[in-house]
Design a protein around this ligand. Structure first.
Ligand code: C2E
Ligand code: CA
Ligand code: CA
Length: 404
């Protein structure tokens, strides 16, 4: 058997590499030489394949943990690269559930065909062993099937207008006046009920669905903003939209955004793009997209500040116009002196460098008063209003207040 310590192993001409029925520890890639894959049929060896440099063999048994299903013999002096079980299993474990499901189904079909082939030769043992091993995949399969169903429902929702946008007020803390909204997407499904964006935005990001969802969300947000600005007071209402990393990864995001905003005759200064730090970590392209948004005149908001890395360097390298202090931080503040001191410092520092501050997740009057005393510019949270449908948001705009 191959030596696990070295990545290569030499076999002389005629030397067996793999024996049918053996436990599998490794797969191989041929560096040079030639290998015959063969099996017994009616008591005679039948060659299934002859492989040369660059070709891979022995992978099936290490993927499925089943015994070897064929023999491999070097037909000339052969040098092989050894691929260990861990190399394969760690990759499989980190791969997408659905890909794993499809992979397992194909593998099962293949092994069943091989079993039929072997059964003809009177060897039934192998087949029984396969059943036991393949049983391990079932839990994973169910999760994967659920995921496919969930994704299909989301696809249908995107196609058939099953998504909704709601709006959460952002108020000026000084006088509690309504100043803008954050647009938040909702999915109401007949099977799954109301699904939180946290649960489906991630799935949408794993597929290409984030693109149509993002575009639809921006179009809707702009359409409503036009009406809000028309019905609102002198001071124009603004709209914050969330841009995920995958949305920004699409090259034409800034162009798409300006295209939609222009088509609605809106000024980009009233459409603010919320990003999180995680988007830009080690991502040059996202940085470029964010700069392009700023160049088009869109204010850029750093969301969830206080979580993650909270690196102050992004306040220098990114064109941030507003900082949004995360709700977890805001909610600590009432009972934690240090949290309060940090918020105070962040507000002070932001003011010095000309950045506005929004505190999100304000649920109590006490939290609001602390933030007002700290001279934080804006607030958002259940105390003022939960995210509401467009008609209610419109009513708030007309009254210039969240109290309706
Ligand atoms: P986020 O950007 O941090 O949005 C704020 C979330 O906090 C919203 O949850 C909002 O309903 C919730 N929230 C607001 N006030 C309070 C409060 O006082 N207390 C508490 N406990 N929560 C409050 P939601 O709507 O479930 O959205 C969750 C996340 O999903 C958002 O977090 C955002 O990251 C993402 N998301 C929502 N809509 C979109 C979208 O259109 N596009 C993208 N890419 N992501 C979105
Ligand atoms: Ca946000
Ligand atoms: Ca946030």
């Amino acid at each position: 058997m191959a030596n696990q310590k070295t990545p290569t192993k030499l076999f002389a001409a005629g030397e067996p590499i793999i024996k049918e029925g053996d436990e599998a520890q490794a797969a191989f890639v041929i560096e040079h030489g030639r290998v015959e894959i063969w099996s017994q049929r009616d008591g005679k060896p039948v060659v299934l394949a002859t492989l040369g440099p660059g070709e891979l063999f022995g992978e099936m048994a290490i993927i499925s943990s089943a015994p070897r299903s064929a023999n491999a013999t070097a037909t000339e002096d052969t040098l092989l690269w050894v691929i260990t079980r861990e190399q394969v299993s760690t990759r499989l474990e980190s791969s997408d559930l659905v890909v794993r499901l499809l992979f397992n189904v194909v593998l099962r079909t293949l092994r069943n065909e091989m079993r039929l082939f072997r059964d003809k030769n009177g060897d039934e043992d192998e087949g029984i062993r396969d059943e036991v091993i393949l049983g391990d995949f079932l839990t994973d399969d169910r999760d994967a099937v659920e995921k496919i169903k969930f994704e299909s429902s989301l696809r249908r929702a995107v196609k058939e207008n099953g998504l909704d946008l709601c709006f959460q007020p952002i108020v000026s803390l000084e006088d509690s006046r309504l100043r803008g909204f954050e647009a938040l997407v909702r999915w109401n499904d007949e099977i799954y009920g109301t699904v939180s964006p946290e649960d489906f935005v991630t799935l949408a990001e794993e597929t290409t669905l984030i693109e149509p969802i993002g575009r639809w969300m921006i179009e809707q947000a702009c359409e409503h903003l036009v009406r809000f600005q028309r019905e609102g007071g002198e001071e124009k209402i603004f709209m914050n939209i969330n841009a995920s990393g995958k949305q920004l990864a699409v090259r034409d995001f800034p162009d798409m955004l300006i295209g939609i905003v222009n088509a609605h005759n809106l000024s980009p200064e009233f459409v603010k793009v919320e990003i999180t730090e995680s988007i830009v970590v080690d991502n040059e392209s996202a940085m470029e997209q964010i700069n392009a948004c700023r160049d088009h005149g869109f204010p850029v908001v750093m969301d969830d500040f206080g979580t993650g890395f909270s690196s102050l360097s992004y306040l220098i390298t990114l064109p941030i116009s507003t900082l949004k202090i995360d709700k977890s931080f805001v909610q600590l503040m009432a009972t934690n002196e240090r949290a309060r001191a940090i918020v105070e410092a962040v507000v002070g520092l932001s003011r010095k460098i000309g950045i506005q501050v929004v505190s999100e997740g304000i649920e109590t009057r006490e939290e609001m008063e602390i933030l007002r005393d700290l001279k934080c510019d804006f607030g958002q949270g259940y105390l003022f209003s939960r995210p509401v449908p467009a008609e209610i948001a419109m009513e708030m705009v007309r009254r210039q207040s969240c109290d309706i």
